[in-house]
Design a protein around this ligand. Structure first.
Ligand code: AMP
Length: 283
């Protein structure tokens, strides 16, 4: 595996691969790898000749009071894990390689960014995501890019970006990878002390309770959400949001008839956690 730090180096490597007729898969990450990240790398590795993983803690997607300064960083460990997955290139740019002096362009995807994390973290979060993803697509020019369904809204933002700007990139969403007790894996789980780690399991248990209610025939959003909220209440978890929305356009749904995204965000101890399930209303 090659570790590249400049855009020029990545462009040269990509140009050489294209001459060979290689297909290219990209996995954008902020590092602190866990099995969730590794699952994306495996999916990319299985489908493409050359796999690029980017490792960049993107400052523009963090709010002022968020954890940019304390976000876990361990490049050597991440490089060893990516290497073990057979990744070809780990792209680790410095912040000023991506945002040089005078950088003045922001991509704003409207609509799907107005709700959920766009509302709770502020609109600049997804502007930062859309801008850095567009840049990575321009730098790597991948055939496909791999994202986790853990960040369901991010997947929708990237799909909208790709569609609206006619970017020739297939967006592949991979399933959420969980700890044995159901907690969705996240780089931020290291912020959880023992008590918070235990309470954090309430997120997936709440989503599962809502799933069960829908599975038992409940269609009313209020009824389904109440089943989830009862679990959060019992664990003393007060969500930033707990909402049922259309899985494609994030419109609020009053009844679950098609696929609905049940999404939760909550501060648990020192960590802000998110999780989601897709409820299959038609089933
Ligand atoms: P991050 O480094 O947190 O920005 O995540 C990089 C990519 O990994 C994103 O596409 C995330 O959605 C994905 N990811 C993070 N956690 C998980 C998980 N538990 N399961 C699947 N994908 C994940």
């Amino acid at each position: 595996m090659r570790i590249l730090r400049t855009i020029d180096e990545v462009r040269s490597a990509i140009a050489a691969a294209r001459v060979n007729g290689d297909s290219i898969g990209l996995v954008p990450t902020m590092g602190a790898f866990h099995e969730g990240h590794l699952s994306l790398m495996r999916a990319a590795r299985a489908a493409h000749d050359l796999v690029v993983v980017s490792l960049f803690v993107n400052p523009t997607q963090f709010g002022q009071n968020e954890d940019l300064g304390s976000y876990p960083r361990d490049e050597a460990r991440d490089a060893a894990l990516a290497d073990a997955e057979g990744i070809d290139i780990l792209f680790v740019p410095a912040a000023d390689e991506i945002y040089p002096d005078g950088f003045a362009t922001t991509i704003h995807v409207s609509g799907v960014t107005d709700v959920l994390c766009g509302a709770s973290r502020g609109p600049r979060h997804f502007d930062g995501v859309a801008t850095v993803v567009a840049k990575l697509f321009a730098i790597v020019a991948p055939d496909a890019a791999f994202f986790g369904q853990k960040d369901a809204q991010q997947v929708l933002v990237v799909r909208r970006l790709v569609r609206d700007l006619n970017l020739p990139v297939e967006v592949v969403a991979c399933p959420i990878v969980r700890e044995p007790d159901g907690l969705a894996m996240s780089s931020r789980n290291i912020y959880l002390d023992a008590d918070a780690r235990e309470r954090a399991t309430a997120l997936n248990r709440a989503l599962t309770a809502a799933d069960d209610a829908a599975g038992a025939g409940a269609r009313d959003a209020g009824e389904i959400l109440a089943a989830a909220r009862a679990i959060l209440d019992a664990a003393g978890v007060d969500p930033e949001y707990l909402e049922l929305r259309d899985a494609d356009d994030l419109r609020e749904v009053a009844r679950v008839d098609g696929d609905a995204l049940l999404a939760v965000a909550a501060r648990v101890g020192a960590a802000r956690l998110i999780d989601n399930h897709i409820l299959r209303g038609g089933a």
